[in-house]
Design a protein around this ligand. Structure first.
Ligand code: NAG
Length: 330
């Protein structure tokens, strides 16, 4: 390569990374992506958000159990190939077949929302946008606060289990690992703590935390950062030979409310995963945890952080899938 070409390449890479990373290059985090727009469907499908909201709410009126799972899908989608609906694709070796994604659910809700929007405006609204709208609606339905979701994401055609396994954090991550993991997606340590607040709802299977209960390390049989009574409760739920279907709520204080119980629980040593409990034990994140104990503040910050999450590495070019589970055939 000659020098001039190298220089051009460098400029291109810098420009692309500036665009791809969800910040403005001065350490300040953007709330969303400059290529997304709140008016994106204004002329092509003005009723898009209403149609999706109605479809999602109607399902939750029958059974609201999938709502925390739908919220989780946003995170698991955006951290792998960006927010492009890649987690929704079926088939051998796709992201949803990865071990780290083994317990994902809520896909049916997205199918139902997509079917409703296809009936209203065929071929217009991407699965990535359907997911972002449905996630916001799920949080509102659970008692969270509304936030604006700009549209314009296109759907990806790549979904590889190994990529999911490499990109998504594990429940035993420490704070420095979590910070690095989120930074790789342009999200700050604060945003990481705020997004962890999604654990105010939902539940985790025994395998995700059983390592904290038995034979923890050479010094402690049980992780000493767990409240002893809570550790006993967890051992009842998950004996050493646990049932793989058993789940324990992430928020030990108010498991069914979209509130600050999760952060309160961390202060009481009732974080379910290592990656939860550590947030209050590490200097880098403890202050943010404390600041989120105020419910109004948490709900506002959560919406803003979700906007940032739903803007990670979005594709402005690509297809609008007909069916969220398969790429389009040409
Ligand atoms: C595991 O738990 C489920 C749900 O409670 C139950 O139906 C099943 O029989 C249990 N399996 C074993 C092996 O105990």
């Amino acid at each position: 390569m000659d020098l001039q070409f190298k220089f051009l390449l460098l400029i291109t890479i810098l420009a692309l990374s500036e665009f791809g990373v969800n910040g403005d290059g001065h350490g300040r985090k953007l709330a969303s992506h400059p290529g997304l727009s709140k008016d994106y469907y204004k002329h092509t499908c003005p009723q898009a958000e209403d149609v999706i909201r109605k479809a999602v709410f109607d399902e939750y009126d029958k059974d609201s159990e999938p709502a925390p799972g739908v919220l989780r899908l946003q995170f698991h989608d955006c951290f792998v190939e960006g927010c492009d609906g890649s987690v929704l694709l079926d088939g051998p070796g796709t992201e949803k077949t990865a071990k780290v994604n083994a317990e994902l659910d809520g896909f049916d809700i997205i199918d139902i929302a997509k079917a409703a929007i296809e009936a209203a405006c065929p071929g217009i609204v991407s699965c990535a946008d359907v997911l972002a709208f449905a996630v916001r609606d799920s949080v509102v339905k659970m008692g969270g606060e509304y936030w604006e979701v700009p549209g314009g994401r296109k759907d990806g055609r790549v979904s590889i289990a190994e990529h999911a396994q490499a990109a998504l954090p594990e429940p035993d991550y420490t704070v420095p690992e979590l910070i690095a993991n989120f930074a790789a997606k342009g999200l700050s340590a604060k945003q990481m703590v705020i997004l962890s607040g999604a654990h105010t709802v939902g539940a985790g299977h025994c395998d995700k935390f059983v390592g904290r209960l038995y034979n923890y390390n050479e010094k402690y049989y049980t992780d000493p950062t767990i409240d002893p009574a809570y550790a006993e409760f967890l051992k009842q739920k998950c004996p050493e030979k646990y049932n793989i279907t058993t789940q324990v709520e992430n928020d030990a204080v108010t498991p069914d409310l979209f509130d600050t119980g999760y952060y309160q629980g961390l202060g009481e040593k009732k974080g379910l995963f290592t990656s939860d409990q550590e947030l209050v034990l590490d200097k880098r994140t403890a202050k943010t945890v404390k600041s989120l104990l105020k419910k109004d503040r948490f709900l506002k910050k959560f919406g803003k952080a979700m906007q940032a999450l739903a803007a990670v590495e979005v594709k402005l070019e690509g297809e609008v899938r007909k069916n969220c589970r398969v790429v389009n055939k040409y």
